[in-house]
Design a protein around this ligand. Structure first.
Ligand SMILES: C[S@@+](CC[C@H](N)C(=O)[O-])C[C@H]1O[C@@H](n2cnc3c(N)ncnc32)[C@H](O)[C@@H]1O
Length: 460
């Protein structure tokens, strides 16, 4: 297996009777793969997580090499806000005048120098080779000069030197988040009145920059925790069905391949279980998952429902996502009534037809930034605002769909107040038939899962 820290260059052998051809080093495949992903993310709006497996296959990267490329590209994209300021301080021209392709390579080099344990000479020479082979000799010399300066100080010293003094601006630079995202997350944290908002904010933003651990769910009645432990997992103790996988490909675990278990963040497990666990008097047979695609929560709900003699109807607006739900719940067939493709605000069911309803609303996803490296740079405050009327309408429909005494859980993978308590308060204010029984905000830095929000409402 190749050592990812090697330079990866092979010089052509001298030819008999002549001078050796001028070496034109090929870029090391681990870096070249990372660079290809960076380019596609920037130019085509690609998603790192979706593209990476294809690119790893294309370059035949496995094991340590694949892990190196994954960390290189994901870490670089997450931290590019910080790196751009450092690169700007080390270059002889403003960032805007550095060719985009060269800047991508400089970001990759900076991540290796400041955040990965790659020796400086390897980080610099492989990046220079990459620029030389993809852009040209001149930019390669420029990149060499910039990276030598970047490598003169460790990350903490660069942060001390270059960070603004205002608290949120400091946090945005040091933890590489857009300022508006820092403001929104800080507001959500402050609403919980922690003893020290600043250190909580630091811990949250740092957690966003760490790669999430792989979490599995053993769907009750279909798989056991022991089965997943035998496959190398460790129970977390925070969700009764959650097992953390230290490494390896989860899809080769038989229970996962057969759909009896799945990859699912603990926060998502806790949302689904909050719906199932809410006490209920009277009939408890019909459950609705209003926004179900791609179906992770449906599968867990259906497994629980099967054990309790209830049936889940899954609704999803997008046809291809509804198909994913149908595929994902095959193993939990006994707990499923069916999958409907439709707009949840235009119900295809009678009013008060259900006993429990989950609204896992479309949201900004700002609680799952660690999973999607480029997401923080793509979202805008306007997108968040635009989602609120839809979220409110979906929760309103959900309350209509549940019978008197029934339970609705409203959830988002965002802690942003406008999407969470703003929506719940708005619906509770405009209706006389609903009470909010409890709310919970989970956090990556406290709970080790995505920043899921959930509210348990009861129809009067
Ligand atoms: C946060 S995701 C749900 C994730 C899902 N519960 C899971 O655990 O796999 C929100 C889903 O709502 C869907 N959606 C958006 N607008 C909708 C609408 N008006 N009615 C129903 N579903 C909608 C989106 O297509 C998306 O699949």
């Amino acid at each position: 297996m190749a050592d990812p820290r090697r330079k990866g260059n092979r010089r052509p052998a001298p030819q008999a009777g002549g001078r050796p051809p001028k070496p034109r080093p090929a870029a090391d495949p681990t870096r070249r793969a990372a660079y290809d992903v960076m380019t596609a993310v920037r130019v085509d709006g690609a998603y790192t997580n979706l593209l990476l497996p294809q690119v790893l296959r294309k370059y035949d990267l496995e094991g340590r090499d694949a892990a190196f490329t994954t960390e290189l590209v994901s870490g670089t994209i997450r931290r590019q806000g910080t790196y751009d300021v450092i690169i700007g301080a080390c270059a002889d021209r403003p960032l805007a005048r550095i060719e985009a392709k060269v800047l991508d390579a400089l970001r990759l080099g900076t991540h290796q120098l400041l955040s990965m344990r790659v020796p400086a000479h390897a980080a610099i020479s492989t990046t220079v080779d990459l620029v030389r082979s993809t852009v040209g000799q001149g930019p390669a010399g420029f990149s060499n000069a910039v990276l030598r300066r970047v490598g003169e100080k460790p990350l903490e010293e660069w942060v001390r030197l270059l960070a603004p003094t205002k608290v949120h601006e400091f946090a945005a630079f040091a933890h590489s988040h857009p300022l508006w995202v820092v403001d929104a997350l800080a507001e959500a944290l402050a609403a919980e009145k922690p003893a020290d908002v600043r250190s909580e904010l630091d811990a949250l933003l740092a957690a966003d920059n760490a790669a999430p651990r792989v979490m599995l769910v053993a769907r009750p009645g279909l798989a056991t925790l022991d089965e997943l432990v035998l496959a190398g997992g460790e129970p977390t103790g925070r969700s009764p069905y959650a097992v953390e996988l230290g490494g390896g490909d989860p899809s080769v675990i038989p229970a996962v391949a057969e759909g009896r278990a799945g990859v699912q963040d603990e926060g998502s497990q806790r949302v689904a279980l909050a719906l199932a666990a809410a006490p209920l008097e009277g009939r408890d047979e019909r459950w609705l998952d209003l926004c179900s695609g791609p179906g992770g929560k449906t599968a867990l709900l259906a497994a629980v429902a099967a054990q309790r003699g209830a049936l889940v109807v899954a609704n999803e607006r997008q046809h291809h996502r509804a198909r994913l739900v149908a595929q994902g719940v095959r193993a939990a067939g006994a707990g499923m009534a069916g999958v409907i493709t439709g707009d949840g605000t235009q119900p295809a069911w009678a009013s008060a037809a259900f006993d429990r309803v989950l609204v896992d609303a479309p949201c900004s996803g700002l609680g799952a930034l660690r999973r999607r490296p480029e997401a923080r740079w793509r979202k805008t405050p306007a997108e968040v605002e635009e989602l609120v009327p839809l979220q409110t309408a979906l929760l309103d429909t959900a309350v209509d769909a549940v019978r008197a005494g029934g339970v609705v859980v409203y959830a988002t993978c965002s802690p942003v107040l406008a999407e969470t308590r703003g929506v719940v308060d708005a619906v509770a204010r405009t209706r006389t038939d609903v009470t909010v029984e409890r709310t919970e905000q989970l956090w990556p830095h406290r709970d080790g899962c995505d920043a899921m929000y959930l509210a348990v409402l009861r129809r009067g």
